[in-house]
Design a protein around this ligand. Structure first.
Ligand SMILES: Cc1cc2nc3c(=O)[nH]c(=O)nc-3n(C[C@H](O)[C@H](O)[C@H](O)COP(=O)(O)OP(=O)(O)OC[C@H]3O[C@@H](n4cnc5c(N)ncnc54)[C@H](O)[C@@H]3O)c2cc1C
Length: 405
């Protein structure tokens, strides 16, 4: 039976980033992914965008991947937060942080492609793809992973399993780790638009009575739109023709960017919060959406997962270098304890935003406006918010400081 030090289950953005982080460390690695890896290289108007916090850019720099992403990345110089129909607003600016950008908007296709290319070049990594993990079990001092691939099955042995297998994490379930799932009864409608005026690298977060919307600056003067609507209205919004959809968006967003002129293909994502009650067990660590699936209101999901990767890789490599068993609970608890606070803070922050800014009560509107104004005028509070959303609060792992492991 093939033996590994670490088997990563799930080759999405988090699992593939982890494979890159663990490369060159003398570990025998495997990655199992059910779906073919991203290989599309042609850019399209409809590319889905991911907002990367500045801290995530540093992690990608530490992984030697930022150079490959940078050409497709649009820097965010300012974030403008407002509440439709109310006076409050808040601005965050890169100059307040003394950084070249607060974050970057990068097509998910490009991130997928860069990661896919990088992992195929790791000599000590065996990639099983497309292959589906059908069972996992702990044995004495190790764990076994069963997978099915085309018509064949295989069993692999490992000292440690990393479950980066998404919100429904079959591995989490097989280990009997409970999770709490809350349906927001909201759907994110995702598309790209071209406004009449230049976006000037400003990301807009606007709270409207029908739900929050984000307009993120992209290349070619496009903006990526994430518009949250009540799920019972999603079908009718999706069914609007382009002109009516743009008019509806314009009514809620206003004319800060002039007329909204072109819209691409739309996709609908039902939203839920999923929190695993534990992030580690002996021989198992969870990361990314498998441990926290968030509302996309502040674009935090992958950023939080990237920080999981940076911390986990550091804990693991230090433990292995010190001659410890990487799958022992003692080692894995260091990862779980380190990540606990960031998970809790970002979850509370995004969940709170998703709820408070979608409740239509008039008194809340005033409170929200006052809150936004207060944040704008209170530098320490605003700085804390900026640093949390940029992934720069708390103890920073080496990769997030742009340093090698
Ligand atoms: C509308 C929307 C907008 C978003 N915008 C942002 C943003 O701007 N910034 C940001 O940081 N985050 C954003 N997010 C969140 C971000 O997309 C996720 O947090 C991130 O993609 C999670 O990555 P992951 O690798 O943990 O999970 P996934 O992407 O779900 O990957 C899990 C992988 O595991 C594989 N898998 C599952 N089961 C098995 C099995 N049994 N065997 C083998 N493989 C298996 C799956 O095929 C999949 O590839 C957004 C989310 C949404 C819905």
């Amino acid at each position: 039976m093939p033996q590994y030090d670490v088997i990563i289950i799930g080759g999405g953005m988090v699992g593939a980033s982890l494979a890159c982080a663990l490369s060159g460390q003398g570990l025998r690695l495997a990655l199992v992914e059910a779906v073919e890896l991203e290989t599309r290289s042609e850019a399209g108007y409809d590319d889905r965008a991911i907002a990367l916090a500045y801290g995530t850019r540093r992690i990608f720099s530490g992984l030697q991947l930022w150079n490959s992403l940078e050409a497709a990345a649009t820097p965010i110089h300012q974030i403008h937060i407002s509440d439709r129909g109310h006076f409050g607003m808040m601005r965050m600016d890169r100059s307040e942080e003394g950084l070249p950008a607060l974050g970057y908007v990068v097509p998910a296709r490009v991130i997928g492609q860069v990661l896919a290319e990088a992992i195929t070049k790791i000599p000590e990594l065996d990639i099983f793809c497309p292959a589906t993990v059908t069972a996992v079990k702990r044995t004495s001092g190790a764990a076994e992973v069963e997978l099915s691939r085309e018509d064949a099955t295989a069993t692999l042995s490992t000292r440690l399993i990393v479950a980066a297998d998404g919100a429904d994490s079959p591995v989490r379930e097989q280990f009997g780790i409970e999770s709490v799932a809350t349906d927001y009864c909201q759907t994110a409608i995702v598309t790209n638009i071209t406004p009449q005026l230049a976006h000037n690298h400003i990301a807009y977060e606007r709270f409207t009575e029908s739900g929050p919307m984000a307009l993120l600056p992209m290349t070619d003067q496009r903006c990526a739109v994430v518009w949250t609507v009540a799920s019972d209205q999603a079908e009718s919004v999706m069914a609007l023709d382009d002109a009516d959809f743009l008019a509806s968006l314009q009514e809620r967003f206003g004319y800060r960017l002039g007329r909204l002129e072109r819209v691409g293909h739309r996709q609908a994502w039902p939203l839920r919060l999923v929190q695993a009650k534990e992030s580690v067990r002996e021989r198992l660590a969870l990361m990314g959406n498998a441990v926290h699936t968030l509302h996309p209101i502040a674009g935090q999901g992958f950023n939080l997962g990237a920080r999981d990767v940076a911390v986990f890789a550091e804990v693991l490599v230090d433990a292995v270098n010190a001659g410890e068993d990487p799958g022992s609970l003692e080692v894995l608890n260091r990862y779980g304890d380190w990540r606990h606070r960031d998970h809790r803070n970002v979850t509370v922050f995004t969940d709170g935003l998703a709820r408070i800014f979608t409740l239509p009560l008039p008194a809340l509107g005033v409170a929200r406006s006052a809150g936004l104004l207060a944040l704008d005028f209170l530098p320490p509070a605003k700085r804390l918010l900026t640093r949390t959303t940029m992934g720069r609060s708390g103890r920073t792992p080496r990769l997030a400081r742009g340093l090698p492991l």
